[in-house]
Design a protein around this ligand. Structure first.
Ligand code: 26V
Length: 822
């Protein structure tokens, strides 16, 4: 009854238009006569934002009122992409908006394209967090995301003369989706020293004094669920100089410059997203970011809990905190510090609360990605936290000693402190010890964790602390939003859009696999999507590609373990093969467009070399009149979420070809199959479970297995290495200068020929090109290809993040949905 009908709740195009015009004329102070596409975007966004705000407030009030357990998802990355299209579809008013905008002379697609991507993430881990937020809201879980409000998201990539150049991504001007909460601030302390004082009862009290204070300011972003009124909150912290007396003294003393310098130093904390994907570099500013964000979030969570006046023992019944990788591990230490230093709990009681509260998700087994912080660095920045880490370690090692009294080695292996010079804090170990559940992101990955990295911890804690939760993607963005035509066709066949919130319903599509008319419609949609991508390619690169060719796509961060080098060597092999063919032979060839996109970390030289080679191959092949449409090579500049939405629906085949055992899960593999693309891949990450679900006749698997990798590397190391003869020819072509100065690519070749071929490019090459031959053959039979495509989509129900979130909720968080709809 307290919920009144609001003017902003438009239900028709006329009502939407009224809101749009109101915002353009008043909020934006523009006249309709000089309203350009950007103003139309802003007005539309504001109209939808108004709708979200109402449900957002209501959701938060209901969640506070019912006072049940909430989930807090701590992630340094949220790779959200654009918000408007998503908001329109989730609210269910995109059609009103389309019609209303049309009346004013705008195409809705052009309006949507005005929005800057929110690119606060590197790749898979950040995008997973964004899909989780969508599913948590859609499933009505009371859940908050906590992250950092970077002034600069992941850099924009430009290709200049074939080389990657990084451009800063300043994205915050006129962002209608964030709400500054200037009244919600937390003072965060750094540096200083610890005083150990005995209180009246004789107990030692630790007080952290001095140092500097930086202020955290909250910025909130509404997260609408699909087909529900639940609108959750993503809270991002921004850093600001604290307005403490210290600064004023400086001003009074006339030290204006140094006061400004302090302010800039404070604001630097949330200035920029670190662009490394899977490489730990141990920079102090990154540690500052981590503590700043953990401390602000914990303070916020504790403040909310304390309002309920419950006993501390009830904290884990009210709060579940999930750690997205080890980046927020300091939250464990911070909660322990709050409980013992500030709230006066005993160590054991506090630690019991802490471990019941946290869950930790691991995303990689790559050793170079495992976070370690040097002890002197932590000592200086967070002196009290280092003491607590040492205490956690002491009690932990005592318990291990008790359990394995005759094993001296295990203590040094599992110690949180690595006894190197300097000593290092191993964050993954701290995260395991401080959590009640630890999970990997695909079955193979979780098994590998248990048998290698975390083996000792399985022996110590037993197998129950370790589990698998296979990743997924949200079908709202990655099917319905990115591929509206396919979503509509599926809805027509299944009698509605219910599959979008229960993806297992897709299995009913199998009834129509042999339906000729349906197949034709299915095929037509793929063609339309390929045309859209072909247009995009022409506009952005100038290259014309033939949309009837086989579109072969690999888009993801550039990394040696993901093996874009294998892909481009395969492309060169194809080019050489075509060049050697007679005109007669060429007639039988399936024309192909190889599309590769992705960013290299700015300091990752080998990844940049791979990008360079791809661009040089592109330049040579695409202008070869002798080859024409038989092969085109396209590098997509600045691959990001909004480009992925154009690319995923347009692939015939996509590549997920990491060295077996190296990719945690992969999630683009799921996006491509959901859009009716087939995949070529190794037995790695979630490819294995995709195969299990869709059937091995519907996927092109190749290459060595994870269980063989160690042995192969060992043999290479001892000189047992034979370069694959086809790959040798590719190398000859590169060395002969076919793609420009061979010196540019020397390191890429020598990493394979001279330095042990760590990623097994040569070992897998023959299997790779043979399998691509099978792809060509299969594509010639379009009927069978379509059957594979439809059958695969029908069997993808498992890979929705709705399933994933329900698994986390049941087996890690122990939270229940709260339906705010009635
Ligand atoms: C990781 C690291 C680790 C070292 C410190 C710096 C830093 C910065 C960013 C990241 C994130 C990259 C890790 C990542 O994206 N992992 C991916 O997670 C996906 C979601 O679970 C999974 O599908 C991919 O296989 C995995 O590579």
């Amino acid at each position: 009854a307290w919920r009144k009908h609001s003017a902003s709740e438009f239900k028709t195009k006329e009502e939407f238009e009224k809101e749009l015009v109101r915002h353009i004329e008043t909020t934006l102070a523009r006249s309709l006569y000089n309203c350009d596409e950007h103003a139309a975007y802003s007005g539309t966004a504001l109209a939808f934002r108004d709708r979200l705000i109402i449900e957002w407030n209501r959701t938060q009030q209901r969640q506070t009122l019912t006072d049940q357990k909430r989930v807090y998802y701590l992630s340094l990355e949220f790779l959200m992409g654009r918000a408007l299209d998503n908001a329109m579809l989730n609210v269910g008013q995109k059609d009103s908006a389309r019609e209303g905008l049309k009346d004013l002379g705008f195409r809705i697609e052009d309006v949507i394209n005005q929005e800057h991507d929110a690119a606060l993430g590197n790749g898979g881990l950040g995008r997973l967090a964004a899909c989780f937020l969508d599913s948590m809201a859609t499933l009505n879980y009371p859940a908050w995301g906590y992250g950092l409000r970077y002034r600069y998201g992941i850099f924009k990539q430009e290709i200049v003369d074939g080389y990657q150049v990084e451009i800063p991504d300043y994205w915050l001007d006129n962002n209608p989706w964030e709400f500054p909460r200037h009244e919600i601030t937390v003072d965060i302390q750094f540096y200083g020293r610890v005083n150990n004082i005995q209180d009246v009862s004789g107990k030692i009290v630790h007080s952290w004094e001095g140092g500097e204070i930086v202020q955290a300011v909250a910025y909130d972003v509404p997260i609408p669920g699909f087909g529900t009124k639940t609108t959750n909150n993503l809270r991002l912290w921004s850093s600001k100089a604290s307005s403490g007396e210290f600064d004023f003294q400086k001003f009074n003393a006339g030290d204006y410059e140094s006061a400004v310098a302090d302010q800039q130093r404070a604001e630097t904390i949330s200035a920029v997203l670190y662009p490394n994907d899977n490489l730990e570099r141990g920079k102090e500013l990154r540690l500052k970011q981590q503590y700043f964000w953990c401390a602000a979030s914990l303070h916020d969570i504790v403040r909310r809990f304390k309002k309920t006046k419950r006993a501390w023992s009830e904290f884990p019944d009210q709060v579940a905190i999930q750690l997205n990788d080890t980046h927020p591990t300091l939250a464990i230490v911070e909660l322990q510090r709050i409980l013992i230093d500030l709230e006066g709990l005993e160590w054991d009681e506090a630690w019991n609360i802490v471990t019941k509260t946290f869950g930790y998700t691991n995303h990689t087994v790559l050793p170079e990605a495992l976070e370690k912080w040097s002890v002197p660095l932590v000592q200086n920045l967070l002196p009290r936290h280092l003491q607590i880490i040492y205490d956690i370690n002491l009690y932990f090692l005592q318990s291990v000693e008790k359990k394995f009294p005759n094993d001296r080695e295990i203590l040094s292996r599992v110690s949180i402190i690595e006894e190197s010079h300097p000593k290092m804090v191993r964050m993954a170990y701290l995260a395991i010890i401080g959590s009640h559940k630890v999970n990997g992101v695909a079955e193979l990955h979780s098994d590998l964790l248990k048998s290698t990295l975390f083996k000792d911890f399985v022996a110590i804690y037993g197998p129950d602390r370790f589990m698998n939760v296979t990743n997924g993607v949200t079908p709202r963005r990655w099917l319905h939003q990115a591929n509206p035509a396919l979503s509509a066709l599926i809805a027509k066949k299944l009698g509605g859009h219910e599959f979008l919130t229960d993806l297992t319903l897709l299995d009913n599509l199998e009834n129509f696999v042999d339906d000729k008319e349906f197949r034709a419609e299915w095929s037509n949609i793929k063609t339309q999507n390929k045309l859209r991508l072909a247009n995009f390619i022409q506009q952005t690169t100038g290259y014309k590609v033939n949309p009837t060719s086989l579109f072969d796509v690999q888009v993801k961060r550039i990394h040696e373990y993901k093996r874009q080098q294998l892909n481009i060597f395969g492309v060169i092999h194809r080019y050489l093969t075509l060049k050697a063919m007679s005109a007669e032979e060429r007639k039988k060839v399936v024309p192909r467009v190889s599309i590769i996109g992705g960013k290299a970390a700015p300091g990752y030289w080998m990844a940049k070399t791979i990008i360079h080679l791809i661009n040089k191959v592109s330049a040579v092949v695409n202008q070869d009149a002798d080859i024409g449409d038989l092969l085109k090579v396209i590098f997509i500049e600045d691959y990001n979420v909004s480009k992925a939405e154009i690319i995923c629906p347009a692939s015939d085949i996509s590549e997920h070809i990491s060295t077996a055992g190296t990719e945690g899960s992969g999630t683009s593999n799921m996006k491509f199959v959901m859009n009716g693309g087939l995949i070529i891949g190794t037995c790695d990450g979630a490819n294995i479970e995709i195969t299990r679900e869709i059937g091995e006749q519907n996927i092109f698997l190749f290459g060595n297995l994870a269980e063989d990798v160690e042995d192969l590397r060992h043999r290479h190391f001892y000189g047992d290495f034979q370069l694959d003869p086809h790959l040798a020819k590719v190398f000859e072509a590169i060395k002969g200068g076919m793609f420009g100065d061979a010196k540019n690519f020397e390191a890429l070749i020598s990493s394979i020929v001279e330095h042990g071929d760590y990623y097994l490019v040569s070992d897998d090459f023959n299997s790779y090109i043979t399998t691509h031959g099978m792809v060509d053959e299969a594509f010639k039979n379009q009927d069978e290809w379509l059957a594979k495509s439809i059958t695969s989509v029908a069997r993808m129900g498992f890979f929705s993040t709705d399933r994933v979130i329900n698994e986390y909720a049941d087996s890690i968080w122990n939270v229940e949905p709260l339906n705010v709809n009635e």
